[in-house]
Structures are given as C-alpha cells and as structure tokens.
Design a protein around this ligand. Structure first.
Ligand SMILES: O=C(O)CCC(=O)C(=O)O
Length: 334
C-alpha cells in the first residue's frame, strides 16, 4: 500500500535554470540530490504556458470521450514503423500484464520524405492525429515543442549537478533528442477485478534519460523507494520528473532509474501526459566516467536486467523494450 506522503520527493523551483541566471547552480545541486535520493523530483517555476496545458487537457478529454470505433481510426496498427497512434484499454503490457489504460503515442513529426523515415528507421515518421478534433494536432505539436525546450534546460541542470559542462548531454546525445509523448486515460478499475489488472501501469522504469510528466488532479502515481511504495500526488502547475535507465547507466547507478506504477483509485477517469526526453536513436550510450565502481541493482530491478551490462545505441535498447510491451505489433514493425 502506498503511503500518502511525498516528503521524499523534492519540489524544486527551476526558474533560475530556465532563465539562465547564476542561481541555476543551486537549482542543479537540488536536482542532483533528488536524482540520487529517489530518482524523482517535482518542478515548479518551469514557465510552461498554463493555457497550453489547459488546451492539451481539453483536446485529450474530447478524444477519449469518443466511441471506440472512432478512436480506432488512428489505431497504432496504422502507424507502421513510426509506432504512433491509439491503443485501447489492455493494449499495452508494461510488465507482462495488460495495463488498465488507453492511450496515444506521438513523437517528432517527420514527413515521409525525411531521410530517416525513407530509410525505414523504427520510431520515426509522421504522427496520427484525429481528423474530427480541429485543435488536436497543433496543440500536441505546441506541447511537444514546449516540453522539448524544458527537457534541454533540465538536462543542462543535470549536467551541472554532475560537475559536467552544461552542454555535456546536448553535445553527445540530445542535440536531436528522441522524443516520445504519450497521452494516457486510466479508467476506474471495475468492482469485480478477477480477470482484470487494477494497475493502470504496472511496475517499470523508464528507458531513456528524463521523463517530464503532467498528471491531472486524480492522483494514482506511486514510486518505489527503498522497497516501499510512496505516492507522488498531483501538485497544481507542477511536473513530476524522473530519470530513466540511460542516465542510471551513464552515472554508474549514482542517479537512480526508479520503479513506478499507477493505480487509479479516484473513482473517475485519470489523464496523464508523460513526455520522454531521450538520447538520439543512433547514439551509443556510454558511462560518463569509465572505471568507476558501478552500483549494480539488477537483482532488485523489475525486469532483472542490467542497464550497466547493456552495450549499443539507445535505439537498440528502446526497441528491445517496446517490442515487449506491444507484442502484437512487433512483427509488423521490425
Ligand atoms: O501516468 C503516469 O502518471 C505515469 C506513466 C508512466 O509511468 C509511464 O508512461 O512511464
């Protein structure tokens, strides 16, 4: 049972980082502390337009309120190798079991004649947008642009927190980041859950560098710190940030990729908007310091896999993960 506390999760005002003032070094130090202590932190003072946040909520509510047949007009099976579009409740298996959520996957909007798309690179291509909600497309594109800017600022802060030059990640991994954006709708678990998981998202860690999550006011996100599940409840106009497996790998386990899950106990649908700011698909992900003692935790990890033993590009890592959570789509994509 999760405890109703978020005392372990720091709330950090990042305005100095966003504005590039001298105080950003203190902000960076607080971020570093959060990454080491629990791998999660809230941010406020981020400067993301409130109207844009309201718009993304509104178009998402409109989308999910439609009947299944209409939503399936942009089904993921139509997104091909770009891995985009809608999946219905039970369509994603985060930790081997169907999640109690429906959602839409987006990424950088790339035209069919983009070289990476022409080359058939998985996870690259055009998005699928509903045709009957006029503001949907532009709102999602505006939101992804705002989150990408925020991701660059936060990664500069994370670099400073590690004693690196501010542009460390941008220079090596994120000048052209792989961005993934998801909109999830979590229905209320049924009263008779015998054949149904009550978990909106099963226990997992995120795959890349940094996740920036907007959640509505329903609650339900839980994180596992020191084997104990702790609630990460909503705080108005904040985002929840957490680091992923690649930053855990790069830092030799000093910055934690912490397991988390979602249970919607609100009694009504819950909306969330995770944005993943990750290394370029073709970037080989290497430890920041070679020969440093690695804090290996594969025996405690949800997937019993070592992020430190992994060798290869971020694309290799990502594809090995997503093909497990969407097994029915795997054959069409690879
Ligand atoms: O919906 C949430 O609050 C979290 C979603 C999540 O954990 C994920 O997409 O990795």
């Amino acid at each position: 049972m999760a405890q109703e506390t978020y005392s372990h999760i720091p709330i950090i005002d990042i305005s100095a980082l966003v504005n590039g003032t001298n105080d950003r070094h203190e902000v960076a130090a607080r971020i570093g502390q959060g990454c080491r202590d629990c791998g999660f932190f809230y941010i406020v003072g981020h400067g993301v337009d409130k109207l844009l946040q309201r718009r993304i909520e509104e178009v998402s509510q409109q989308f999910f309120a439609q009947d299944l047949e209409t939503k399936l007009e942009i089904a993921m099976s139509r997104g091909g190798r770009a891995w985009r579009g809608y999946f219905p409740v039970g369509g994603e298996l985060t930790s081997g079991k169907p999640d109690l959520k429906e959602g839409i996957y987006f990424g950088a909007e790339l035209p069919d004649d983009h070289p990476l798309v022409k080359a058939g690179t998985p996870m690259h291509g055009p998005n699928l947008f509903p045709s009957d909600i006029p503001q949907f497309r532009q709102t999602v594109l505006d939101y992804m642009a705002a989150m990408t800017r925020l991701g660059h600022s936060l990664m500069a802060g994370i670099a400073l927190s590690l004693g690196l030059e501010e542009s460390y990640f941008a220079d090596r991994y994120t000048s052209d980041p792989l961005i993934l954006f998801r909109i999830f709708n979590y229905p209320t678990p049924s009263r008779n859950p015998e054949n149904e998981s009550t978990l909106g998202v099963g226990e997992h860690t995120d795959y890349g560098l940094l996740t920036i999550l907007k959640q509505d006011m329903s609650g339900g996100l839980e994180i596992k710190t020191k084997s104990q599940w702790v609630a990460a409840p909503p705080i108005a106009n904040s985002f929840v940030c957490n680091i992923g497996d690649m930053l855990d790998r790069m830092t030799g386990g000093r910055y934690l990729s912490t397991p988390h899950r979602v249970r919607n106990l609100a009694g009504h649908d819950r909306l969330s908007f995770p944005f993943f700011f990750d290394p370029n698909f073709n970037a080989e992900v290497r430890p920041i310091e070679i020969n440093v003692a690695v804090n290996e935790n594969k025996d405690e990890r949800w997937d019993r896999a070592s992020v430190h033993e992994f060798r290869g590009t971020y694309g290799d890592y990502l594809l090995s993960k997503v093909s497990k959570v969407f097994p029915q789509l795997r054959r069409g994509v690879f």
